[in-house]
Ligand binder design. Sequence first.
Ligand code: GTP
Ligand code: MG
Length: 452
Amino acid sequence: MTDPSSSRTIAAIATPPGRGGIGIVRVSGPLVRRIAEAILGELPAPRTASLHDFRASDGSAIDTGLALYFPGPASFTGEDVLELHGHGGPVVMDMLLARVIELGAHLAEPGEFSKRAFLNDKIDLAQAEAIADLIDSGSEQAARAALRSLRGEFSRAVHALTEAVIETRMHVEAAIDFPEEEIDFLADEALKQRLERTLELSAQIIANAKQGALLREGMTVVIAGKPNAGKSSLLNRLAGYDAAIVTDIPGTTRDILRERIHIDGMPLHVLDTAGLREQADIVEAEGIRRAREAMHEADRILYVIDTSTAPDDDSLNAELGALPAGVPVTLVWNKIDLVGAEPRYERSSPSRVYLSATTGQGVDLLRTHLKECVGYHGPSAGTLSARRRHLDALARARRHLEEAARQLTEHRAGELMAEELRQAQQCLGEITGEFTPDDLLGRIFATFCIGK
Ligand SMILES: Nc1nc2c(ncn2[C@@H]2O[C@H](COP(=O)(O)OP(=O)(O)OP(=O)(O)O)[C@@H](O)[C@H]2O)c(=O)[nH]1
Ligand SMILES: [Mg+2]
């Protein structure tokens, strides 16, 4: 992969704007040696910090600080890199950057350092994204997951899966090349087992990556239930202020209310919705339609039940049966204060939390539960930072693998199976950047900040 702009030398202030003890200007590209000689009077020894005056064109000192020189390819970008560690004042930093530009460097675009590292094969795409995620992480757990991905754990998992797909593909394609034996090859139990193992591996990676994506982006939780169950009260309790209108009139909430909240630093999108019922006027009916739509997109549904008027098992099962399949549900038994019950958390399937939105009893149990759902606490050693983009590619890869399995078991169709496997491999390549279209690359790096 080549990038015509990579012959340019780029520079940026790598530290955040504002005032600080130290500010760093980072330079990468072929002009680094000349720039170092002009500003420092010499090329510093590689990878060794040395104290220098940073000189303007007239020889006067702009600042004094440490210089670090990393000759390519053993540098972050793979090119010659120079770091000038000066004092972190906006004016000094701007003067130093202007001096570097004067010597022929160009202002770096957002993410351009990481992009060069990617184009020069220093890191793959998933690792480049992990850098941005590490810097942006909103919690310790998210940071740890990002670091694991940055160190290549996620990429290695994806590579292992890719290898498994390639091996299966080779097996199938060999069978196609020997048509007289094709049937035997495809009937081979070993092939079926290999495909099953590949599917298992993909399920495992998807589970770990999903956790990571939830940590990074926050899961979306939809509060649903019958009118008056206390959904809006629960939203207000979680948000910590009166975000939604609460009345004792069933059908109070019509539009969807969205709140972004944090539970001990874990981001969460909470949606309050219109109560689900059959008889409703036009406005409420539209609200209910939107509620159902939101539930489909949710990572989890909090299904609120009024404990004081609790439905019997059959009607509750009917209510739950009407929820979208495949979205995990937590049963929130609300209003325990009315029946004098104690707060309780049952890690059953589905999980149940007994609480009172009005008094706040048991709401901490719900918070604990939500954290557990994301693996926010407890063992999260396998969690890898991942983005929706990765999950999407993994899900597509899995669909192709499942289709390949179907072609094998139902039709013994070697050619079609090989094609599905090829497409699965392609999807996995998008994650690490082997098969990522240029415009997508551009978009990914553009979301980075300058100096990364
Ligand atoms: N005692 C008690 N009352 C509650 C509790 N939660 C909600 N309520 C009351 O139940 C009524 C309905 O509460 P809302 O939060 O508006 O219920 P909702 O589910 O949003 O209702 P709709 O928007 O109409 O679907 C209000 O009078 C609340 O004060 C609770 O935990 N205990
Ligand atoms: Mg409401």
